[in-house]
Design a protein around this ligand. Sequence first.
Ligand code: NAI
Length: 265
Amino acid sequence: MSHPAIVKDNVAVITGGASGIGFAAAAAFARTGMKLCIADVDQPRLAEAATKLSSVAGSGNVMTSAVDVSKVESVMELERAVCARFGGTDILMNNAGIQPGSTLFTGPDNWQRIIGVNMWGIINGSRIFAPGMIARGKPGLIINTGSKQGITTPPGDPAYNVSKAGVKAFTEALQHELRNTRDCRVTAHLLIPGFVFTGLTAKGRTEKPAGAWTPEQTVDFMLRRLEVGDFYILCPDNDVPRSLDEKRMLWAAGDIIENRPPLSR
Ligand code: NAI
């Protein structure tokens, strides 16, 4: 793990850090001696996660925060709390997400909630943390968790697809802004997981389906891609059956396949 931001005593904040991919990332950062803040709406799970992480990182190096990423005030409070406890943030992983299902005709509350958590959560985190991270003058990372569904927009669950397409577009815009900011050493990255066996995808299954990755495999892949500086961290396709149309869309996203970062203006 040789990215200059992923080093002992640096500070990582992970939203959705109580479970799944977020928890696996927190555990990986803890192993390098980083200070951690895991932020999540699920308070019982947050407490369990903190106990596990403290055994690796030491209890003084782990803080938890009950946060709803869809709410600006809640994320502002998170940023203030991390500053007060650890003095600032070097890595922000905007990862909290939900997939309760939607159709074109489910009500506005369902659409607003999905877009609120998945898309606004990432916008809130990035906009609120970035100024302080840039001001530190150190290498920093903002990692936003998107989805292949934000690229291929397969049939079904349109609100989720829209929210994740927004995450992709926002993270590209964020990278433009960071590159055009004087003395900024913070870079943005878009994590695009494959099929990962977590609470989000388990849907009653207790066994990992063949072909699915574990959250730890996903994080391990992400850390290797961060080391080489990839903007798009597109996880391999596991065994997800994809229609030809979806495959074409992934191939057509030439930037992603070739991992070219978005061009600066
Ligand atoms: P997960 O359900 O294990 O983790 C998501 C976490 O986000 C949970 O701990 C949950 O309590 C938290 N959360 C939900 N709403 C929140 C809110 N309003 N504020 C703060 N925290 C909130 O699921 P998983 O799979 O680890 O998901 C992580 C991210 O990866 C999500 O953004 C998801 O959309 C994305 N993803 C997952 C894939 C998979 O196959 N598991 C595939 C593609 C993307």
